[in-house]
Ligand binder design. Structure first.
Ligand code: PGA
Length: 252
């Protein structure tokens, strides 16, 4: 019942892949295949392609996103890209706290919260990525880990900020491994996340899009998207070709 009021959303995460030429043909291919599907769709592209892709998506329903966002507004932070810069190019979304950022580049729950706040301040929708490692799952810490990741953000911004945010549940053990969470495993955590938010704000909980990410493919997307608390997907590998990304999009 509740899911009826939520718009579905499929987001591609290209990670550090592609060339100027492949980025252009991928975006054109996606736009050409959107059809009459009214679900939301976006691509989170490498920073250097944001300007070009922002031109290509004009007039289409394909939205643009970044894969990260600085935790500060401006200043002497060599190599960083601010929320204000991203909004100049019409970025609608920015991933924050992707597990690859947390694992390889030292993003902490605190810096992820600051990135989330920067996005909100510029009217960019943060896609807050949460999820447990295999070790944490095996030690039954999944819910505790996800709660901690959510709490860090809620404590900084307050629950009201989630009115303009998306959450992506991405079990780390499923990302890029070909090992997808089962529909039920994913639903269990999605439902928990929604209930956890509902304790603080029932209206936001009912409204917020919670995406699943981690080896989502054309052949497993339908089952995942059919679960009541899964509102779409964050797609890595399968978003690098228009055909597979569109198949997933049209499964939502
Ligand atoms: P994957 O990546 O679909 O390649 O597993 C998902 C993600 O990291 O967002």
């Amino acid at each position: 019942m509740g899911e009826m009021m939520r718009q579905s959303l499929v987001v591609g995460n290209w990670k550090m892949n592609g060339t100027l030429a492949s980025a252009e043909s991928l975006v054109k291919g996606i736009i050409a295949g959107l059809g009459s599907n009214t679900a939301e769709i976006a691509v989170c592209v490498p920073y250097v392609y944001i300007s070009g892709v922002s031109e290509l998506v004009k007039g289409s329903r394909l939205a643009l996103g970044a894969q990260n966002i600085a935790d500060k507004a401006s200043g002497a932070y060599t190599g960083e890209i601010s929320a204000a810069m991203l909004s100049e190019f019409g970025c609608k979304y920015a991933l924050v706290g992707h597990s690859e950022r947390r694992t390889y580049y030292g993003d902490t729950n605190e810096s992820v919260a600051a990135r989330f706040a920067q996005a909100i301040a510029q009217g960019i929708i943060p896609v807050l990525c949460v999820g447990e490692t295999l070790e944490q799952r095996e030690q039954d810490q999944t819910i505790a880990v996800v709660n901690e990741q959510l709490d860090a953000v809620i404590n900084l911004t307050g629950i009201a900020a989630f009115d303009k945010a998306v959450i992506a549940y991405e079990p780390v053990w499923a990302i890029g491994t070909g090992r997808t969470a089962s529909d039920e495993q994913a639903q269990e955590v999605h439902q928990h996340i929604r209930q956890y938010i509902a304790v603080k704000d029932a209206v936001i909980a009912e409204k917020i899009q919670i995406l699943y990410g981690g080896s989502a493919k054309p052949d497993n997307a339908k089952g995942l998207f059919a679960m009541p608390d899964i509102d779409g997907g964050l797609i890595g590998g399968a978003s690098l070709e228009a055909e597979s990304f569109l198949k997933i999009y049209h499964s939502v």
